[in-house]
Design a protein around this ligand. Structure first.
Ligand code: CP3
Length: 334
């Protein structure tokens, strides 16, 4: 059995596997070298030779338990024909969403645009180094994708006042997102992904009254879909104020917590396996502080099925030496 399945399926508490969100990325000089030669980020994700190589870069350095495929949640709008670009020091910039154009896209068109992501997953999952490790596929949650597809850039702290103005458009887009997310998930699994993580990075932007429509209901549909394919699903509803209620309603197989969650409180209320929590900024301090914080999480989750990870992605300015120390600290913990 693969390490993450031991925790998620068997509820093992005798060890803590570790992987790191954004483990393949800009804090690694070997990634930056490839990135320098490949200014178009989407094309890099779609170059399965390079994206599979980048996926494996952190595993060559550190004793991690899982690979997460080097891709992006914005592959979905890209596959639907929306323009997606990544600008330095700005982040994603999307082109206007045209419902009439998107309505013409079928499953075959979508897969044709993104199929190299699946090829990369196949390459990664067949790599002998991954025999005893997980291959994680992922998608953005419908809500977070909706935010990007309408807002056309990262929303920072607030949504624009008129975000919800056109409810008809929003509900149509949500249905389209859900349909193609299922296609994207199924293809990732068919090509070797053995865990699916659903990233809802902007869950924290919603008021409580909007959670059922924009988060609970569409995410539950996806969670049930992944479960029907017999693959465990981890949800990360970042900065949602009530993780307990989210878990009760959406029932993922495991939940990733952000760094504002009090780990001592959460184990009292949530009985499914938990992942993550450590503030990525701790990796910018020093080894002593890092060790203290890591041990704190491991102690709190001593008797709870727990996958070590961060409370959000590793920051680009992180010293890879600190990541190495983090992995070693988790692995040496008894
Ligand atoms: O190692 C991994 O975790 C796998 C790859 C991965 C990327 N993006 C690569 C990436 C994953 C899992 C993602 C998820 C993702 N993408 C999320 C959810 C997680 C989160 O961070 O909240 C979101 C919101 C996105 C959208 C996105 N992609 C943003 C906002 C940005 C710009 C900000 C940034 O970090 O640069 C990206 C670009 C991106 N995605 C990069 C990488 C390695 C940086 C690209 C570069 O080199 O410029």
């Amino acid at each position: 059995m693969k390490p993450l399945n031991k925790i998620i399926t068997n509820k093992d508490t005798s060890f803590n596997p570790i992987w790191i969100m954004r483990q393949a990325g800009r804090y690694l000089p070997e990634f930056r070298e490839i990135r320098k030669e490949n200014p178009n980020f989407i094309n890099l994700c779609l170059n399965d030779d390079l994206s599979s190589k980048i996926t494996l870069q952190p595993l060559k350095r550190f004793n991690l338990d899982a690979a997460i495929i080097f891709s992006d949640i914005l592959m979905l709008p890209y596959g639907l024909g929306q323009k997606v670009e990544f600008e330095k020091n700005f982040g994603p910039r999307l082109g206007k969403f045209d419902l009439n154009e998107v309505a013409k896209i079928d499953e075959i068109d979508f897969v044709e645009k993104v199929h190299r992501v699946y090829k990369a997953i196949k390459k990664v999952s067949l790599d002998p180094d991954l025999n005893n490790k997980n291959t994680i596929g992922f998608v953005g949650a419908p809500w977070t994708l909706l935010v990007y597809m309408i807002n056309l850039q990262s929303p920072k702290k607030n949504l624009k006042k008129d975000f919800f103005k056109d409810k008809f458009l929003i509900n149509r887009i949500l249905l389209i997102i859900e349909k193609f997310l299922k296609v994207h998930i199924k293809n990732q699994i068919d090509n070797g992904a053995n865990i699916i993580q659903i990233f809802d990075s902007w869950a924290g932007l919603l008021e409580e009254k909007d959670l059922p429509n924009y988060i609970y209901s569409p995410t539950l549909n996806l969670v049930n879909f992944v479960k029907s394919l017999n693959v465990p699903v981890i949800c990360f509803p970042r900065e949602i104020r009530n993780y307990t209620e989210f878990c009760k309603i959406v029932r993922p197989d495991a939940v990733n917590i952000d760094y504002n969650v009090n780990p001592k409180e959460i184990i009292k209320n949530i009985n499914i396996p938990i992942q993550g929590g450590l503030d990525p900024k701790i990796l910018l301090t020093n080894k002593n502080t890092l060790k203290k914080e890591v041990i704190k999480y491991l102690e709190i989750f001593k008797d709870h099925p727990y996958i070590f990870n961060l409370g959000h992605g590793v920051l680009p300015e992180t010293d890879p030496g600190m990541v190495e120390y983090l992995v070693k600290t988790v692995k040496d913990y008894k």
